[in-house]
Design a protein. Sequence first.
Length: 285
Amino acid sequence: MSGQSLLVPGKLSPTRAVPASIPRPEYVGKDGPAPYEGPEVQDAETIERMRIAGRIAARAMEEAAKLIAPGVTTDELDRVAHEYMCDHGAYPSTLGYRGFPKSLCSSVNEVICHGIPDTTVLQDGDIVNLDVTAFIHGVHGDNNATYLCGDVDEESRLLVERTRESLTRAIKAVKPGRRINIVGRVIESYAKRFGYGVVRDFTGHGVNTSFHSGLIVPHYDSPHHTTEIKPGMTFTIEPMLTLGTYEYDMWEDGWTVVTKDRKRTAQFEHTLVVTDTGAEILTLP
């Protein structure tokens, strides 16, 4: 793996403005979201609204990813995604969620998830995860992907490729009547073939009118998560695989999660709706 130095926190830019005409999620300006008390199975109208949110989130991520190159700051990636969502009438779901200060998460190299965009400059050989969620018409669409920056070493490149494949395999395993832990069983069995760690404490989740509904979708083989998968359920799958341990440390910012051994990690995510025969991806550009 690349011998690059470990990340350190950069400086934050001022909070980006969202036009007053764009509706906010209920949690903005509060310490946290209200508990979700609705169903995990959504009606057709809600699912159609989620298709719109999912497309905007996917396209915003795609636009930001076009800029990934050595010398670019993670704050610049945040700016592009923020402007895309606002230009399309969507609110960046992460902005103000439990106090998160930016419009996407940018997790570089050893950062598992929830990295905060700042003055950090991308280096040749980095791997960069972007996590973008859009809120529009009262619902959220949530996705992320890991990208290569410049000339990336083979070990890291394979980690990214195989993490993407683990998500693909997990999505194919989603069928009505199965238990939600089929997702983690498929991901962990695939990851073990390569000796990768599978992060346990950060999971997929139900998503709909709520950013996180309370439904947990583990990415490891858990006997405790036995919720039956039903048509109309909407949730994310977002495996986080590591080159070493799945254990982690948290930066003082209370958000940035890094591998305890500081080895690299990759992640991919889609928002899904369960159909009568499998799953439809709602976060495609």
